[in-house]
Design a protein around this ligand. Sequence first.
Ligand code: SF4
Length: 226
Amino acid sequence: MAEDDNGYPGARAYLPSARDAADLEGLRAAAMHCLGCPLHVGATQTVFGSGPATARLVFVGEQPGDQEDRRGQPFVGPAGILLNRALRDAGIDREQTYVTNAVKHFKFTQDGDGKRRIHQTPDQRDVVACRPWLAAELRAIDPDVIVALGATAGRSLMGNDFRVTRSRGVALPWPPPGMAAPDRRQIVLVPTVHPSAVLRADDRDVAYAGLVTDLEVAARALAESA
Ligand code: SF4
């Protein structure tokens, strides 16, 4: 079993057999026991993706936040509330979508008095360790369109050189050249900013409008793939 330099084997060691990996519920159950990297140590639980296995549109974010970690569901905190509003404004039915993250455990530091958990951006090692879960989710769902929300999701899906700022709102072929498995059909990936970046923006209205515009690109790609 390959280990990283922390001595952890990565998520691949916890994936179910190929037959069971085709089933989203089987994947979810297996991911609950993942000890593939050090992030499980401080976090409350694995936060796996959520939504119907039949979803044709998948959203990939960065990692669970504080509320997601406590509740065990992705995108249920402030960023998730904003995403729901943006989906409505872009004409996308969230109930028909699947939402997940590039990294399934909350990475954080404690503030000085230990009362507050402060988000830490996952590094490349975290993303690589957890990528087998994301790859397995995408394989099980086989969507027509993926939206990458933010830089971490973009790098997990498109490679380390990917920059959301250069490609946001553009319908790209996925997997990109060099990352494609021979049996993988090409679908559409639309990168955009993470909703939390909208919440942090100096001009939230402008940032929000930009997010909705990018989501409208995804909605059109979905309609064209029908
Ligand atoms: S972050 Fe991913 S690889 Fe690391 S322990 Fe959690 S589920 Fe496993």
